[in-house]
Each structure stands twice: as C-alpha cells, then as structure tokens.
Design a protein around this ligand. Structure first.
Ligand SMILES: NC(=O)c1ccc[n+]([C@@H]2O[C@H](COP(=O)([O-])OP(=O)(O)OC[C@H]3O[C@@H](n4cnc5c(N)ncnc54)[C@H](OP(=O)(O)O)[C@@H]3O)[C@@H](O)[C@H]2O)c1
Length: 260
C-alpha cells in the first residue's frame, strides 16, 4: 500500500485556473481534475467556456466544475471573479495564473498602449489575482500558486521584447511572493514553457522552415504538448512538492540549457 498517496492527490482542493478553456490552461484544468481538485475556470468567451465546463464535468463526475467569463486584463472583471467565488462559498486553495497574450513586433514598432496591454495581462493581472486570492489561500493548509511564465523570460526568443519582459517580471514576482508568503503557508512557483502545441503557437509552427529552426534548438527534437506543461503545473500544486517554492521550472525539451 502506498502510504504517500495523500501527497499525490488533490482531494479537498479548489483550483482557480485562468485561461482554462484552451491550450495549456485547459490541459492544466484536466490534470488537476484528474487528481481530485474541484475546478473554477475563467476565460473570456463564455459560450466556449461553458462547453469546456460541461465536458470536464462529464469526464470527472466526482468533482465540482464551475466557470465564469471574465477578461482578466480588466481590473473590474478580476474583482468580479472573486465576487463570484465569494458567492459560491468555494474558497480556493490553488491558483494557476495561465492567461497570457502577446503581439510580437520589433521593439521600435510598438505603440505604448500595445506593450502596456501585454504587461496588463501577463504581469499585472497575475499579480492582482495573487493578491485577491491571498485571503482564501492563507486559510488552506496546502495552498499553492503556479504562474505560467515562459522561456522568453529567461533568454531572447523571437516573441518581441515586451512579452519577454513581462514573463521575466512574472518569474521574479514568483520568487518575491514565495518568500513573502512562505509564512502564510502559500507556495508560489512558475513553469516556463518553450514551444507548446496550442492554438496560439500553431500558426508559427505551421511554417516548416521555422519549425525546423525551433526543433534544431530543442534537444528533445519535438514540440511540447499542453499535457506536459499541465503535469509540471500539477506537480507544483501537489503536497508532493511541499518543500518547493520560488522556483521557475522550465518545460522546454532542453531548450534553455542547450548551448552548442
Ligand atoms: N503555447 C506556447 O508555446 C507557450 C509557450 C510559453 C508560454 N506560454 C504561455 O502559456 C499560457 C497559455 O498559452 P496557450 O498557448 O495555452 O494559449 P491559448 O491556447 O491561446 O489559450 C489561452 C487561454 O487564455 C484565455 N484568455 C486569453 N486572454 C484572456 C483574458 N484577457 N482574460 C481571460 N482569459 C483569457 C483564452 O480564452 P478566451 O480567448 O476565451 O479568453 C484561452 O482559454 C500563456 O500565459 C502563454 O504566454 C505558451
């Protein structure tokens, strides 16, 4: 009998996953559900999100799956998410800040409102979601936050500067909160994916020459799958990772450590 079973399951947890209707967020929601966590799903397109909610509720009948449509770039909508959670009476113990976006351009081509919008979603929204979640997280014995960063926060990739800047700041936010909130029993970690096959990355990867270049720089010689990021997110949520905080875990097929 595995006496460590409780370290590898999430029963009794409620996880708020942002950007949960597609890609990495959707895979993370599925993974957390499979480990027994109740789900609170957020994305902008409410109709699509409801389809996803129904699908997950069907696939995981033992858990509660709830959904709320919100644009997390908007401060009022972030507050609305937490009003909704307060009304549900389902305090969260896990927060996955996954919603993020980008408009890749050359540095000189950005209008100020364009790069500020990238920061608003990728960084400030995540910071505010952490702050809004704190009063609930602090009440749970095994609370955790996982931020979805990017290898672009550690090295130059062809995303445009503001995206890399915002993800680097998100990584540092992860380290700062981990230290500040350790006393509150809240662990804070991040994952940093390289190319993962999602709707967002599909157009770039459809170009065979570009794909070859990407694979050339990826020791595992393939594009990552959303489920492979979801597994890392889930691990950082599990009690099994109880002594890990302030880390940024690359999920990159070896991209970051690869030199020549
Ligand atoms: N895919 C990659 O190769 C890769 C690599 C490194 C890092 N990442 C990071 O991973 C995260 C997820 O990327 P992905 O590729 O899975 O993206 P995706 O497939 O485009 O999915 C994005 C999800 O976020 C939601 N969303 C987008 N903007 C939102 C907003 N303002 N408010 C609330 N929800 C919003 C989307 O639903 P709605 O459109 O309905 O809102 C969708 O559910 C991002 O933070 C991204 O920077 C991705």
């Amino acid at each position: 009998m595995n006496t460590r079973i409780d370290a590898w399951q999430l029963q009794g947890h409620t996880a708020l996953v942002t950007g949960a209707s597609k890609g990495i967020g959707y895979a993370a929601a599925r993974e957390l559900a499979g480990l027994g966590a109740d789900l609170l799903l957020v994305a902008r397109d409410e109709d699509y999100l409801e389809q996803v909610r129904l699908e997950l509720a069907d696939d995981f009948p033992g858990i509660a799956v709830r959904a709320f449509g919100a644009d997390l770039s908007e401060a009022e909508e972030r507050l609305a998410v937490f009003d909704w959670i307060a009304d549900l009476g389902a305090p969260l113990s896990l927060l996955v800040n996954n919603a993020g976006g980008n408009v890749p351009k050359a540095a000189l081509d950005y209008a100020p409102e364009e790069y500020r919008a990238i920061f608003e979603l990728n960084l400030f929204a995540a910071f505010e979601m952490c702050r809004l979640a704190h009063p609930q997280l602090v009440q749970h014995a095994n609370a955790a936050i996982v931020n979805v960063g990017s290898v672009s926060g550690a090295t130059h990739v062809r995303t445009g500067a503001p995206y890399g800047m915002s993800k680097a700041a998100l990584h540092q936010l992860t380290r700062n909160l981990a230290v500040e909130w350790a006393v509150d029993g809240i662990r804070v970690n991040a994952v940093a994916p390289w190319y993962i096959r999602t709707q967002r990355s599909e157009p770039a990867l459809a170009d065979p020459d570009y794909l070859d270049e990407v694979l050339d720089r990826t020791p595992l010689r393939r594009i990552g799958e959303p489920e492979e990021v979801a597994a890392a997110i889930a691990f950082l949520c599990l009690p099994a990772s109880s002594y890990i905080t302030g880390q940024v875990l690359a999920v990159d097929g070896g991209f970051l450590p690869y030199g020549f």
